[in-house]
Design a protein around this ligand. Structure first.
Ligand code: ZN
Ligand code: ZN
Length: 314
């Protein structure tokens, strides 16, 4: 009989740290929501321009590119290497997503992999019971409220490599600056193009706040829906799933079952036709020598893993 050890590297926050964490999390949930309401009003009343839509699209790509390629595949999983200047670009873009500072992001994510869908997973939808109500509560918790919990993943346990690198710690500290830059930049571009206060405001709303809201809702579906609904081609001993529409919206992250099977791979697709925009971009960046040492499992390893019997019921 094997003993199940308690999850490691989890601390209860003191009241002051908890207040700061909750204030910061609620701000990044509520302000983008208000901005999205404003964007909806501008859309319905026809008070928007092509520039606003372009700003939304471009900053959506910067946002998700920064998270998926930068924070996730590069920093949390070390799936490839790159130069200091491109690392700076990735860390700035990833921080603009307002998903929390670098050390928080990496430590939380690595703990998610270590305890996926077991006690200790910071955002599993599968730990709240089996009835319909409990399942729905779990899905909602894994989508957003987990960010308000009173626990924290120890950086020294889950991200010692990040703590050791001064340049990365600097980006961690610059988090509020990068988030602000992600709001000011689209506003400034809107102003430069339209020359009116409304054009600056709509730039802020479309390229900044609504973009953060929409992109993060898509990204958080990875933690909620992609551990509940979809296909499970690989047996990872967890409940991770592949979900195509989430994968399209999140540049490949919705191929969560593939990713849990091969977490160190720069690609989340295991077949060429699976939607993995970040994987395709990384392949192109590799050809341009902007990134290198791109890790991926061999075709034989993928085929072998595909054959392993499933222990987890669908
Ligand atoms: Zn996962
Ligand atoms: Zn991961």
């Amino acid at each position: 009989m094997s003993a199940v050890s308690a999850p490691a590297g989890i601390v209860r926050l003191d009241p002051r740290s908890l207040r700061i964490k909750r204030f910061s999390a609620l701000t990044t949930m509520v302000l983008p929501l208000l901005g999205t309401v404003a964007a909806g009003y501008l859309l319905v009343t026809g008070q928007f321009t092509v520039t606003d839509l372009v700003l939304f699209g471009v900053f959506y790509c910067v946002h998700l590119g920064g998270v998926t390629i930068g924070l996730h595949r590069y920093l949390a999983h070390k799936a490839f290497r790159t130069s200091p200047w491109f690392q700076d670009v990735l860390m700035a873009a990833g921080s603009m997503a307002a998903q929390g500072p670098l050390l928080f992001w990496v430590a939380t994510h690595r703990r998610h992999h270590k305890y996926a869908d077991r006690e200790g997973d910071p955002h599993s939808p599968n730990l709240h019971g089996t009835g319909l109500k409990a399942r729905l509560r779990g899905l909602w918790y894994a989508h957003m409220p987990w960010m308000l919990s009173d626990e924290s993943s120890k950086w020294s346990v889950y991200a010692p490599d990040v703590l050791r690198e001064r340049r990365l710690v600097l980006h961690h500290r610059l988090y509020p600056t990068w988030v602000t830059a992600g709001l000011v930049l689209p506003a400034a571009i809107g102003l430069a193009v339209g020359h009116t206060a409304l054009s600056a405001f709509s730039g802020l709303v479309f390229g900044g706040l609504a973009r953060i809201f929409v992109a993060n809702q898509a990204a958080w579906c990875v933690g909620s829906l992609c551990h509940a609904f979809g296909s499970r081609p690989f047996d990872n001993g967890d409940k991770s799933t592949n979900n195509w529409w989430v994968a399209v919206l999140t540049f490949g992250e919705g191929l969560q079952n593939n990713h849990h099977a091969f977490p160190g791979s720069y690609r989340h697709a295991t077949r060429w036709w699976e939607p993995d925009l970040s994987g395709w971009v990384l392949t192109a960046l590799g050809r341009l020598h902007i990134v290198w040492n791109l890790h991926e499992p061999s075709a034989a390893r993928i085929a072998q893993k595909r054959q392993e019997p499933h222990r987890v019921s669908p």
